[in-house]
Design a protein around this ligand. Structure first.
Ligand code: PGA
Length: 265
């Protein structure tokens, strides 16, 4: 069975003292939740401090972006070799990076390959815009983004990647995708992985949902058969909400463990 993941993307929020306090509160709130992976992704400048706060915690630490080169003349960038000393995960290809900063499928692919090479677990975001959704292009977009993100990775390495399906129209809008719709599109992402990397990789790969997750909508979504966890923005900035989401995720993971529909990963 695939181990569920709940990850908080703090985006460009929280100054140092606030980041430390939030990490402390999350860490204290999830001590009983040993059945799932819990990740927080603060801004770069808070990583070292939050690493210290989480030193004795099961909560893992992630970054929100990185460059693909190990070092060099790339002013303002942060490399995988730097991140490796601070954290275990890195979000790659978030729609805000793609949309505001022109990140291409090719750049996403380079970053994914570099993250794996440096021992970081990439959380790779895919998802269609509102216009693409209305034009019926959802499957085309997620097919292209998923296949290109994983291009060139041997199947075993591809299985270490965490995917996140985040419809752009659902991010920060309060319009979460309907659970059945999220499930169907995540199933389609898994089909692309099966075609590109084979059945064993498709079966093992965790695929998350993201987009306006909050504790009142999450139980129904995380109960879906294809959904292996969540990537949370706004609700991850409030410790009580993020802890509630982690508890709901653990409940779903525990309920699933006797479910024959879940396959060994
Ligand atoms: P949201 O953000 O939960 O605030 O919609 C999700 C994300 O961007 O990962």
């Amino acid at each position: 069975m695939r181990r569920f993941v709940i990850a908080g993307n703090w985006k460009m929020n929280k100054v140092l003292a606030q980041a430390n306090a939030l990490a402390q509160d999350v860490s204290a709130g999830v001590t009983a939740l040993g059945e799932i992976d819990i990740v927080v992704c603060p801004p770069f400048v808070a990583l070292a401090a939050v690493q210290a706060v989480l030193a004795d915690s099961a909560v893992a630490l992630g970054a929100q972006n990185m460059h693909w080169e190990a070092e060099g003349a790339y002013t303002g960038e942060v490399s995988p070799q730097m991140l490796r000393q601070l954290c275990s995960h890195v979000i790659i290809g978030h729609s805000e990076r793609r949309g505001h900063f022109g990140e291409t499928d090719e750049a996403v692919n380079r970053k994914v390959i570099a993250a794996i090479a440096h021992g970081l677990t990439p959380i790779v975001c895919v998802g269609e815009t509102d216009a693409e959704n209305r034009a019926g292009k959802t499957r085309d977009v997620i097919d292209r983004q998923t296949a290109r993100a994983l291009a060139g990775l041997p199947p075993q390495q591809a299985a270490a990647v965490i995917l996140a399906y985040e419809p752009v129209w659902a991010i920060g809008t309060g319009r979460s995708a309907a659970p059945a719709q999220a499930n169907a599109t995540i199933g389609a992402v898994r089909d692309v992985i099966r075609r590109e990397c084979g059945g064993a990789t498709a079966t093992a790969t965790r695929i998350l949902y993201g987009g306006s997750i909050n504790p009142s909508v999450w139980p129904e979504t995380i109960a879906q058969s294809e959904v292996d966890g969540g990537l949370v923005g706004g609700a991850s900035l409030v410790a009580a909400d993020f802890v509630a989401l982690a508890e709901q995720t653990q409940e779903a993971a525990t309920a699933d463990s006797g479910d024959s529909a879940q396959v060994a990963g």
